[in-house]
Design a protein around this ligand. Sequence first.
Ligand code: ADP
Ligand code: GN1
Ligand code: MG
Length: 366
Amino acid sequence: MKYNLTSIVKNFKIEGNFLDGRAYGSGHIHDTFLIRTAEDTSNNYLLQRINHHVFRNIPQLMRNIEIVTKHIQKKITKSLDSKATMECLTFIPTNYEKYYYKDSSNNYWRVSIFIENSRSYDIVDCPEKAYAGGKAFGKFQAFLADLPADSLYETIPDFHNIEKRLETFYETLKADPLQRVREAQREIESVIARAEEMKSIIRLGREGKIPERVTHNDTKFNNILFDREDNPLCVIDLDTVMPGYIHYDFGDAIRTSTNSSSEDEKDLSKVSMDIKLFQAFSRGFIEETRKFLTKTEIAYLAFSAKLLAFMIGLRFLTDFIDGDKYYKIRHKYHNRQRARVQFKLLESMDEQYTEMQAIIKKIAES
Ligand code: ADP
Ligand code: GN1
Ligand code: MG
């Protein structure tokens, strides 16, 4: 799809003049463009066409992001750190004082300052990076620990509600719109076998045994921007920052930062959880969050890695059976492939589970 990027950008209060724009990044949800300005002294910008099928209420979505970024920026400014502007995303208002612009074809757009000289990693290749990532997501949590969870909207209702995800899965199996159920028998069986075990976090929450917090809910490792020396700069992709449990953030980060393969690896023999990366990420994360995490929250961190591998695998599988309506895909079996990777990763976590628990216990007690 071709968009007139110049005329879209004109609606935002950016500094400098539009030079050019091109597609950017590898996200699964939005259409992202890098907008360069003509002047060396002006920022460049990141323009996104927000996926409004996934996010149904854009004003609420952008209001959440405004609350969260302003909360973090206030704290960073206080710390007088010279890199402050890089440590948190900055969104640019439109000429009509909103943080989104709706064009005549009902597309929603937003603009943030482009963080220069940054990069993200789909695969983590050393414990140092995993540790830095743990620090980054842990710090993000710490910044928001004093923001009441109910000050934010739920941008995607029941996003991490595993019971609802399972219900949707069973309904999709029944409907089987493209007769793909027969092409995913083994994966379906592995979901059914583990469904009950995966409900423990949501039950703890319901029983009031773990607190609801402001969580990021999409802590894929590539949602951290690093600088050229591999120091973490900034946590991005704030669309799903909303009430949740700490386990959703820790688990999603572990499933992505410890997987020795990519999220859509074809050769499943390459998929496994690297325990050294698990140890390093956990150390970074717990160092930043130990002040406020409860004993019960810590006790379930290792389990949360399994939950998130299961949940994301389940979502990929459901989307495959449903005809690939949610995730961007590059070939017919892409979502099934992604699901297989998550289920293989889950097996690898099972094999190392005792060690994972011992690592968390040791870090928490040190
Ligand atoms: P999606 O939800 O589709 O994954 P993201 O918000 O994560 O979209 O953005 C897609 C990609 O764009 C990211 O993976 C990252 O590489 C890049 N990106 C996002 N925001 C910025 C920014 N402010 N500065 C530099 N790069 C960014
Ligand atoms: C999506 O937006 P992105 O690409 O960082 C998805 C996550 C999944 C992830 C799997 C809003 O993340 O929940 O874990 O893909 N985001 C949304 O790669 O559904
Ligand atoms: Mg992303």
